[in-house]
Design a protein around this ligand. Sequence first.
Ligand code: PMP
Length: 367
Amino acid sequence: MTTIYNFSAGPAVLPKEVLQQAAAEMLDWHGSGMSVMEMSHRGPEFMSIIAAAQSDLRELLAVPDNYKILFLQGGGLGENAIVPMNLMGRKPQPATADFVHTGSWTGKSIKEAKKYGNVNIAASGEASGFTTVPPRDSWKLTPGAAYVHLCTNETIDGVEYQFAPDVALETGDAPIVADMSSHILSRVIDVSKYGVIFGGAQKNIGPAGLTIVIVREDLLGHALPICPSAFDWKIVADNDSMYNTPPTYAIYIAGLVFQWLKQQGGVAAMEQKNIAKSGLLYDYLDSTDFYENRVEKGSRSRMNVPFYLKDESLNAAFLAEAKTNGLLQLKGHKSVGGMRASIYNAMPIDGVQALVSFMQEFARKHS
Ligand code: PMP
């Protein structure tokens, strides 16, 4: 039987061991006689699940004690409104937020933030077709900005920050808000460099429906009066992510993924695997004229690798033959076309090797 490898950008592949454990525990979680889906979120069983998930995530990312970890809903796009509603109030109104525009996702963030305050585009990769992260020394930041928003991995454009910027010199005390939806837990980060880290779970963490927010404590308590209570980070933090019913089953699966990550050696070990996996694919792309990746080498994503066939009339054949070979969901985002291989933590190196072998064979056949 053909081995299946799923390259979806999200919802995305999950570790097989996690799915097997969830299947084994589906009807009766740890002798409770209930499925996790059927438990009260305030009962001792689920309270133990969420507490373990939170402490494992804290351990995996070495989250300092003065940061809260929140389990929310609303996804990455929800946070595009939730962030300004929580942070614009740090400064006299109307406040300004700075954005570094690196692609599709910051584009959406900018549009949404304008509903809640002024937006300054401190730097943009648009002129290059979003093939690079604008260098830090080109950013035009706002003194007294309420915050600085970055998307540290642009899932569609395949552009990733390879550095953790500092913005204090120009802005004063503006915290960096980082949308890490598509690369959280894929590489070691220094959480203390960020004020807020957020991400939808459906790529490196678990099922859609759960949004992770990691927020420094001094940034709580500034929500604009219009902010819905369920999205006011202070209220959510004061209620241990139980102000309203959290996405319980998604939190349970995320918790299993965190345990799996610890068994794999944690984030540092994962990062080494991700360097090897993405290196394999980029090395091949750089060695052939049949395909191309257009991202500047220093800004290439280890998680999302967009590529184009030089002869785009072969796109449909490429996708059909890939599928026959067990290589699924390689079609690029509709806004940019081409192909995209998303190679998150749960994608084994064998999957990337199978993709490269297939691409070589396809190129040989169609050259
Ligand atoms: N930000 C990034 C970087 C993403 O990749 C995505 C989803 N692909 C989003 C935000 C939007 O997330 P959601 O669909 O969960 O709102």
